[in-house]
Write a protein that binds this ligand. Structure first.
Ligand code: GLU
Length: 448
């Protein structure tokens, strides 16, 4: 490995010893781009790597809200404006009790290279709060979102920083956040947030975009091996918005999603989540706020495996679409034993670094999340374009663009890995392609 890369990784490990997720992503990305750093000794002269692993700006803020019984709660809000060299900071907000600086920084760092890969002009950012939306009433959610935006509004804007949803933040929360932004600023700037409702500037196909994009990417990967997606069985983890988009597209393309999972276990549906009723039921399950997939098994009479994850299931493709570090080395061993050929990450960083290496060494085609799930943020960027032009594109127009973007992401990754003599390596390729554009922009903009 390049000595400068090694030194920066080691410095991050020392300096941020209490941020394991952030260390993990830095190690993964910088290791991948080592050949690029070899080829560009000028990076070290301006200390590009230490600069790129440090957020341009990151802050916390107090979010105080009152619950339905009148009790006062105080949460920590975060926003990390990681890298703005190729466009306004762009990235979601995550509301989940485990949110901490390490998680926000890992998501922000991934977002830089994901956003760059899309080919669209968006920088990398991320934010959120250690707020638990589970079991909260609609009024409580609204009060929390209003309190959150009351603190955040001065630091965001259509040309500054454009948040969106992530776990715990969907269309409803974006609506409350935007309402408060508009009220405080007294201006019509709907490009400040993406993932909005259609009535005030949201984009058609944004809710489906991450899942659709993942399926378009998978189509490219299968095509490379001379295969058709039709008839393929897909085991996925998760049952949220992204999983829903995957199932919806799978239904259109004739692929079969045979598992879904939640915190309570996983369901196995040998016929596939392959009717409109089943796909729509996923939305109901999510909206119920119960956060369990057993409901699906009860409703459709399929098997439910309490407390388990679907890594032991036989399928053509596995798509972890739940959360970070869900697949550790023991799960990876199970996956290899089961003869899975395609491992397609959909959640952000669902695989530990050792498990990822093991899957690659075992000969699986491994597709990295920063490429696979980039369809979501891509359509967010398309939403920003529509907002700034004050017009609305049809679902077909957005879908066509999304398809093309995913194809370009795949091709750019393949080409980048090949040009550095790494062969067909989609993980390294995505990092190399995403990183090189950001590095070039930073080099051209001077030292700061
Ligand atoms: N949170 C999503 C992601 O991880 C979407 C971000 C966005 O649309 O800005 O990419």
């Amino acid at each position: 490995m390049n000595a400068y890369v090694e030194r920066v990784i080691s410095d991050v490990k020392t300096k941020h010893a209490d941020e394991p997720e952030f260390i993990q992503t830095v190690e993964e990305v910088l290791t991948s781009v080592s050949p690029l750093v070899d080829a560009h000794p000028e990076y070290e002269k301006v200390d590009l790597l230490h600069r790129i692993v440090e957020p341009e700006r990151m802050f916390t803020f107090r979010v105080v809200w009152t619950d339905d019984s009148g009790k006062v709660h105080t949460n920590i809000g975060y926003r990390c404006q990681f890298n703005g060299s190729i466009g306004p900071y762009k990235g979601g907000l995550r509301f989940q009790p485990n949110v901490n600086p390490s998680i926000i920084k890992f998501l922000g760092f991934e977002q830089i290279f994901k956003n760059s890969l899309t080919g669209l002009p968006i920088g990398g950012g991320k934010g959120g709060a250690d707020f638990d939306p589970t079991g909260k009433s609609d009024l409580e959610i609204m009060h929390f979102c209003q309190a959150y935006m009351t603190e955040l509004y001065r630091y965001v804007g259509p040309d500054i920083d454009v948040p969106a949803g992530d776990m715990g933040v969907g269309k409803r929360e974006i609506g409350y956040l935007f309402g408060q932004y508009r009220k405080i600023k007294g201006v019509w700037q709907n490009g400040v947030l993406t993932g909005k409702g259609l009535s005030y500037g949201g984009s058609l196909t944004r809710p489906e975009a991450t899942g659709y994009g993942a399926m378009y990417y998978l189509e490219q990967v299968l095509k490379h091996d001379g295969l058709d997606i039709k008839g393929k069985t897909i085991a996925i983890s998760g049952f949220g918005n992204v999983a829903w988009g995957i199932c919806k597209k799978a239904l259109q393309l004739g692929a079969k999603v045979i598992t879904l999972s939640g915190p309570d276990g996983y369901i196995y549906d040998p016929d596939g989540v392959s009717t409109e009723e089943k796909v729509n039921y996923m939305l109901e399950m999510r909206a119920s706020g119960r956060n369990r997939v057993q409901d699906y098994a009860d409703k459709f009479g399929v098997q439910f495996f309490p407390g388990e994850k679907p890594w032991g299931v036989k399928a053509d493709v596995l798509m972890p679409a739940a959360t970070q570090n869900d697949v550790k080395i023991d799960s990876a061993e199970k996956i290899v034993k089961n003869g899975i050929k395609y491992y397609v990450e959909v959640a952000n960083m669902p695989t530990t670094n050792d498990a990822l290496k093991f899957l690659q060494k075992s000969g699986l085609t491994v597709c990295p999340s920063k490429a696979v799930n980039a369809g979501g943020v891509s359509v967010s960027a398309l939403e920003m374009s529509q907002n700034s032009e004050r017009l609305v594109w049809t679902a077909e127009e957005v879908d066509e663009r999304l398809k093309l973007i995913m194809k370009n992401i795949y091709n750019a990754s393949v080409e980048a890995a090949e040009s550095y003599g790494l062969g067909y390596n989609l993980v390294a390729g995505a990092n190399l392609a995403g990183f090189s554009k950001v590095a070039e922009a930073m080099m051209e903009q001077g030292i700061f």
